[in-house]
Design a binder for this molecule. Structure first.
Ligand code: G6P
Length: 604
């Protein structure tokens, strides 16, 4: 995690870096800092524990002027959030300044060696070792120094480096952490992600592992570890700058919830009707696989749990869903007859990348569903389908999750058809249902006020349980995760039938049970669970398309449009997102940046 940015050009580096950091704050926000090379002839560094606002206050007290600099927003891994542990880190000789995203796994050993040669460290971070090591090796050639330190560092890193002897030059290098290079006529950029530079340019290069970028105000050159120049081709980003702005909403999360009809439509069109995805996917012969394994983290994992129900129902093919952090170490039973589906908004989640590599090493075919173009998973997987969610800034995912579901539905229908499990009539019916989803989501968003009103009555609850059966259980997992992420209310999700095996002992007055009910054939079963918890004093909120014919004053309802049971998670999730959003908003919490979390988890 952590976000890094650097700029060298004709404009004010400080404001460009601070603005860029604002776009990267989703990657971490416990401290931030900036180093510039200004008129003093030395590095000027301001770094501060806390949100970017603290850094901005620090810069107001200590204004900096420069045309070259690097900045960092941190999600602490080694060393608590503090001023001293914030980046940039500068070596003891004040020659080299570094910002780092990643984890240096052998930092203790490197640090000990450097300490033996008399170097005194000031922070508890793994990152400081990079600055100190760079100075230790520095012989007047900063690129050679970068090559040397790359040979010593183990773990993951994206680095932005400045050297006092090269006051017009930024150097960048990466391994297993993302880094892009943006180019414009007014200057050049390094950044962890595209939104940080979108205001200035949509021409970017994706740096590959162990490639070095050397930037000046009017040139960008790439080298390999033998100092040989490399030719790279820039890519043009189609995301607009506005898509990474709040557009009048109080929070990115609400804006992103409201964007769902559009991004669903975009994704469904590209996945089922035309475009590159269709051509690639058409070459995939699903009959060569005897099982599907879906692996991912967080909400993307929950999308996988939903997909298991859909694939198994439509394709009659066995599907396993694994947390990527578990899959990578379990010596999974997979081979060339296994289709491994990886789901990731960022395409950079460390555990999902490791799971992908593990799957590939065992000969499985890897199909990725990714939002960020050019990300590691997108590039390394055998086949990648892009969700068309656009930039997602709020840490809690909403629109990316919805587009993941849409692609998974379309895939399931495609696979089922090619396996001969669907008549063309049923295939058409299912595709029509999928294409109707954006309209139905719009319908839910029209009733946002009533969901807000319902949510405002749940702010004081200490525990909120989510229950459902079958595919409603799958989406209950996401509802619970969303709520706990942003509202800090304890929450768990259970299969309705499992309540009686323990969890029901937690049900008492002042607990809320959110019951999801879209499965008509299981409606009676979930209502029995509702009765069981209501009679023990819980409040109940029923969400779904199944109508509650016997009004009960203990039960509130959010009624959703009718939809095919298999695709109902796409509607339930919108109500669940809004429920979480308004509970958190009523508590006055920092919804886009929940405590302790980061959007892109690029460390283990
Ligand atoms: C983090 C985010 C989650 C996300 C998960 C996986 O934990 O907070 O919202 O679902 O990472 O991220 P990915 O980018 O792989 O979808």
């Amino acid at each position: 995690m952590c976000g890094i940015i650097g700029y060298v050009g004709k404009e004010d580096a400080v404001s460009i870096i601070v603005e860029g950091l604002k776009k990267l704050e989703y990657r971490g926000y416990d401290s931030a800092g900036i180093a510039v090379y200004g008129a003093s002839g030395f590095f000027d560094v301001v770094k501060q524990k806390g949100r970017l606002a603290s850094l901005e206050a620090g810069l107001a007290d200590n204004p900096l002027t420069a045309c070259i600099g690097i900045g960092h927003t941190r999600w602490a891994t080694h060393g608590e959030p503090s001023d001293i542990n914030s980046h940039p880190h500068v070596g003891n000789q004040s020659k080299v300044a570094v910002v780092h995203n990643g984890i240096i796994e052998n930092y203790k050993q490197l640090k000990e060696n450097l300490e033996h040669s008399g170097i005194v460290f000031s922070s508890q971070t793994d990152s400081e070792v990079i600055a100190q090591l760079a100075e230790h090796y520095y012989n007047g050639d900063i690129m050679e120094t970068v090559i040397k330190i790359s040979g010593r560092l183990e773990g993951s890193y994206a680095l932005g480096i400045m050297c006092v002897d090269e006051p017009d030059m930024l150097v960048a290098v990466k391994k297993d952490s993302p880094l892009i290079i943006g180019v414009s006529k007014n200057g050049n950029f390094i950044a962890s992600d595209v939104p940080a530079v979108l205001k200035h340019t949509n021409e970017v290069y994706y740096l590959e592992d162990r490639e070095i970028a050397v930037l000046t105000k009017d040139s960008v050159q790439f080298y390999d570890m033998d100092k040989q120049p490399i030719q790279k081709t820039p890519e043009t980003i189609t995301w607009s700058f506005d898509s990474a702005e709040k557009g009048g909403y109080e929070h990115f999360m609400l804006k992103e919830i409201m964007e769902q009809p559009k991004v669903l439509r975009d994704t469904i069109n590209s996945a089922t009707v035309s475009g590159e995805c269709k051509e690639n996917i058409e070459n995939l012969d699903i009959s060569r696989f005897n099982k599907i394994v879906i692996t991912a983290c967080g909400s993307a994992y929950n999308a996988g749990v939903v997909a298991k129900y859909v694939f198994e129902q439509l394709c009659r093919l066995s599907v396993e869903v694994e947390l990527a952090s578990e899959f990578r170490y379990k010596d999974a039973i997979i081979d060339s007859k296994t289709l491994v589906i990886l789901i990731s908004q960022s395409g950079e989640t460390a555990d999902t990348i490791a799971a992908m590599r593990e799957a590939k090493s065992k000969g499985a075919f890897t199909l990725a569903i990714v939002n960020v173009v050019g990300s590691t998973i997108a590039k390394e997987s055998d086949l990648c389908l892009y969700t068309a969610a656009g930039p997602e800034i709020a840490v809690a995912t909403t629109k990316a999750f919805s587009t993941q579901l849409a692609i998974l539905y379309a895939l399931a229908v495609r696979f089922a058809t090619s396996l001969g499990k669907l008549s063309s009539e049923t295939e058409n019916e299912l595709l029509c249902e999928i294409k109707a989803l954006p309209e139905k989501v719009t319908e839910i968003l029209k009733h946002i006020d009533s969901i807000q009103k319902v949510a405002s009555s749940y702010v004081g609850y200490k525990s909120i349980f989510f229950i459902g059966r079958n595919i409603d259980y799958a989406i209950a997992l996401e509802g619970s995760l969303k709520l706990k992420e942003i509202s800090y209310i304890h929450s768990e999700a259970y299969a309705g039938g499992e309540l009686k095996h323990g969890t029901i002992s937690l049900i008492e007055e002042n607990t809320l049970v959110v019951a999801i009910a879209n499965c008509e054939r299981l409606y009676g079963k979930i209502m029995s669970n509702v009765e069981q918890v209501a009679s023990r004093g819980a409040s109940v909120l029923l969400i779904g398309s199944c109508k509650n014919d016997e009004p009960d004053e203990r039960v509130s309802s959010i009624v959703l449009p009718d939809v095919h049971e298999l695709f109902s998670p796409s509607l339930s999730v919108v109500a669940l997102q809004l429920l979480s959003y308004y509970v958190a908003a009523n508590k006055g919490l920092d919804i886009d940046k929940p405590r302790n979390l980061a959007k892109s988890v690029t460390v283990e």
